[in-house]
Write a protein that binds this ligand. Structure first.
Ligand code: NAD
Length: 391
């Protein structure tokens, strides 16, 4: 029998971006569902009635939460917000009026969420140095936790978070939204189907950090950030490459590329050039930087038959694919609405929490990535020596 997903995917390969947009959107969604067996878009045919949806508390109402996450609940079908945790009660109440949220906690009475039956899931959107503490307290309060990336400051903290999830019988996920992004899910399918044997992967992620801007300021302080550019932005290149390859590295090497004398980088690195050695014999090369302009988010996958590039690769709402086949003109297109990733991630976690099955991006994945980055730092401290990793 003809597989309708494959049929629509191969039709899309022949189309240019504009003409194929509608088919591409549904095919990207279908490919994602096929890839992971989890509904991507909150399964529009089967939305849960609001009273049945998983109830979420958002911890930290900063730039990312307010700009991206809160609005995305409007597109979710299995998730709704019931509570905000913030140090700024006026801000929380103002946002509560906009989003129909009427339960408010501060950091001083956070543990009282334990007796709040209107909260099932907690989303940690705080600076990295606070992830472990607030995640563990929520798990001990009996809630499921989705924690922003990077998972925590150290692998030891990640291990404690995973242990707390197990001890309390709750789900722990790390918010790697790219695993729910239609263009990246489509790219993963094409990489598997059309590139032949993968020979090399490269990733480039960076921006120019502004120490005067409060959300950037804490990213330059080790206690709150855990690490530097690799923790914050380079982690997209690492995690997305591993998502596409479906194998984990055996060793890593890295070199710092922090500009000498730049006062912004007294506590964390400004840049890191890194390389993963994979069991299949290939290498993955990446750069992360806090001192380049303009903002860049780029991935390239080179195979024995063809190559696929994504630029932008991991943004909120504008990811694009460029497929390069031997002797063919490049095909450039978007395979879906990138902004759908936010609601898809929420609903994916709600379903995992409700059913007691592991989230697509579990705590163990967050721990793996922090272990790899710690090995990168050890390598960079030793002028690029190869460091074995066991993840
Ligand atoms: P932000 O500075 O804008 O927000 C941080 C929030 O934490 C603020 O509301 C702040 O008041 C609160 N906070 C509580 N205690 C604090 C303390 N001691 N110091 C500083 N702030 C404190 O930062 P952001 O950019 O929204 O990042 C928040 C989290 O979201 C981080 O983990 C970051 O890595 C993650 N993030 C993820 C993405 C993504 O695409 N997945 C994008 C941006 C940020």
């Amino acid at each position: 029998m003809t597989d309708p997903i494959r049929l629509s995917l191969s039709r899309r390969h022949l189309m240019s971006a504009g003409a194929g947009a509608a088919i591409a959107l549904s095919a990207g969604r279908a490919a994602a569902q096929q890839a992971e067996g989890q509904p991507l878009m909150g399964d529009p045919e089967l939305p849960m009635r609001p009273g049945e949806r998983m109830r979420w508390a958002i911890v930290g109402l900063g730039t990312y939460a307010v700009g991206q996450l809160l609005p995305s609940f409007g597109d979710a079908h299995r998730s709704r917000m019931t509570a905000f945790v913030s140090g700024n009660r006026d801000k929380a109440e103002r946002l509560g009026r906009s989003y129909g949220v009427d339960r408010f906690y501060g950091y001083d009475n956070y543990d009282r969420i334990a007796s709040d039956d209107e909260i099932d899931c907690v989303y940690i959107v705080l600076p990295v140095g606070l992830h472990a503490e607030y995640t563990i307290r929520a798990l001990e309060a009996g809630k499921h936790v989705l924690c922003e990336k990077p998972m925590a400051s150290t692998s030891a903290e990640c291990e404690r978070m995973i242990a707390a999830a197990r001890a309390n019988g709750r789900q722990l996920g790390v918010a790697y939204r790219v695993h729910f992004e239609p263009n990246n899910l489509h790219a993963r399918q094409r990489i598997a189907d059309d590139l032949g044997v993968i020979r090399h992967v490269s990733a480039e992620h960076g921006f120019d950090i502004n120490p005067e801007f409060p959300p950037h300021k804490w990213r330059l302080e080790r206690a709150l950030a855990g690490g530097g550019s690799m923790y914050d932005i380079g982690i997209y290149g690492l995690n997305t490459s591993l998502m596409m390859l479906k194998e984990d590295p055996v060793s890593v090497s890295a070199l710092y590329s922090t500009p000498a004398g730049d006062p912004r980088f007294s506590e964390v690195e400004g840049g890191l050039d890194w390389q993963l050695r994979m069991p299949s014999g290939i290498s993955v090369s990446g750069t992360s930087s806090y001192c380049i302009a303009p903002y860049v988010s780029r991935q390239r996958y080179s195979g024995s038959k063809a190559a696929l590039e994504m630029q932008p690769a991991t943004t909120y709402d504008d990811n694009r694919i460029r497929f390069l086949g031997e002797g063919q003109p490049p095909q450039e297109y978007a395979a879906g609405n990138a902004a759908a990733q936010f609601a898809a991630q929420l609903d994916g976690f709600s379903m995992a929490a409700r059913s007691g099955t592991a989230h697509r991006t579990p705590g163990e994945m967050g721990l793996r990535d922090i272990r790899i980055i710690e090995a990168m730092y050890r390598s960079a401290d030793a002028d690029g020596a190869a460091i074995p990793v066991s993840v």
